[in-house]
Write a protein that binds this ligand. Structure first.
Ligand code: KG4
Ligand code: ZN
Length: 332
């Protein structure tokens, strides 16, 4: 089954070609530099750049896979959640491709794609706990089998990636903030005492706005007193605070649900501090984290998720397929 997969939910225009779950090509054109000057993604600007890039990205993905349009048997596309204008560019390009080549089209949830990025190099072992950490999401999901998702916890306010980006911004660092904070924290010490928002220890919800505000307040107070902020130490302190909570909750959840495996998914899964802490504190679970290039948004992960979705439920999507800004993680 040769699949052409599309991902345009935020600021990456990406198209991949897969044979089953094997990746033949994965082209990712990032708009990060364009949005950096605004300090965050500007939705209308993102949609326009998807429009100008998408045709070239499709052509390059087919060329790198050494295939032509006629070889493709299934089209997969991110349908939700995401920026609606951005999603619609990918969805309409995917529909046009499917219609012109008379092949089926399958809409895929973006978070499902992040989770299935783990199938690119590893096999999932059920039951598993997925720790989903991205710019828009922070969730703990229990999976008892392929394509079965039960949300057992979620952030009550900011997503962890969003908190990283905000902290970076108040420290005067570039966008996106996560990778920069991660890098600077390597040469810092955990000297600013920041709160660990565990909430109720018996449940799996998260909250990151308190720790984000603690960073902002510390910076403002220092400015008023004309004191210097030790940027590396602040990055390290923030990273230690959020990764303590993420790692401990993922391990508790795995214990409670007798999981065989913990998988980490989403852009923040690229975080070196998070990866190292999870490996260090874990004593009994199999840990799977995608290769860094598959943690942030890419179409290969959408293709892999589509492959398993197609095996499970086929496709009933057609030209009525539409984008949705909110999350509706489920079988379809
Ligand atoms: O999954 P993703 O590419 O897009 C969404 O679906 O949101 O995640 C982007 C987020 C951004 O907030 C970015 O700062 C964060 O992932 N991120 C990181 C790292 N690399 C990307 N956060 C912490 N450490 C990193 N190394
Ligand atoms: Zn994402």
């Amino acid at each position: 089954m040769k699949i052409l997969a599309f991902e345009t939910s935020c600021d990456e225009t990406s198209v991949a070609v897969l044979e089953g779950k094997k990746i033949l090509s994965n082209i990712v054109v990032s708009q990060m530099d364009i949005h950096a000057e605004f300090g965050g993604v500007v939705p209308e600007v993102a949609s326009r750049h998807h429009v100008t890039s998408i045709t070239k990205v499709i052509e390059k993905a087919l060329e790198d896979a050494h295939l032509t349009q006629k070889d493709i048997e299934l089209v997969a596309v991110t349908k939700a959640p995401g920026l609606i204008g951005a999603l619609l560019v990918g969805i309409n390009a995917a529909k046009a491709f499917a219609f012109a080549n008379n092949i089926p089209i399958l809409g895929v949830n973006h978070i499902k794609g992040h989770i299935y990025a783990n199938e690119i190099e590893d096999e999932m072992k059920f039951p598993l706990i997925a720790l989903v950490v991205s710019g828009g999401h922070t969730e703990l999901i229990l999976m008892k089998g392929h394509n079965q998702f039960e949300q057992i916890g979620a952030t009550q306010d900011d997503a962890v990636g969003e908190a990283y980006d905000k902290v970076a911004r108040v420290l005067g660092l570039s966008y996106p903030g996560g990778p920069v904070v991660d890098k600077l924290s390597k040469d810092g010490e955990d000297t600013y005492s920041l709160p660990r928002p565990y909430l109720d220890k018996k449940e799996f919800n998260f909250s990151f706005s308190g720790v984000k505000s603690a960073v902002i307040n510390t910076i403002h107070n220092a400015k008023q007193r004309d004191e210097e902020i030790r940027v590396n130490d602040m990055c390290r302190s923030f990273q230690e605070a959020v990764t303590d909570v993420l790692v401990d909750k993922a391990l508790w959840a795995a214990e409670k649900y007798n999981a065989k495996q913990i998988i980490v998914a989403g852009g923040v899964a690229a975080n070196r501090g998070l990866r190292a802490k999870l490996e260090k504190r874990n004593v009994k679970f199999d840990i799977a984290i995608p290769h860094i290039q598959f943690c942030t948004d890419n179409a290969a992960m959408i293709g892999v998720a589509a492959y398993y979705q197609y095996l499970d439920v086929g496709t009933s999507d057609g030209m009525e397929l539409n984008g949705k800004p909110y999350n509706e993680l489920g079988r379809y």
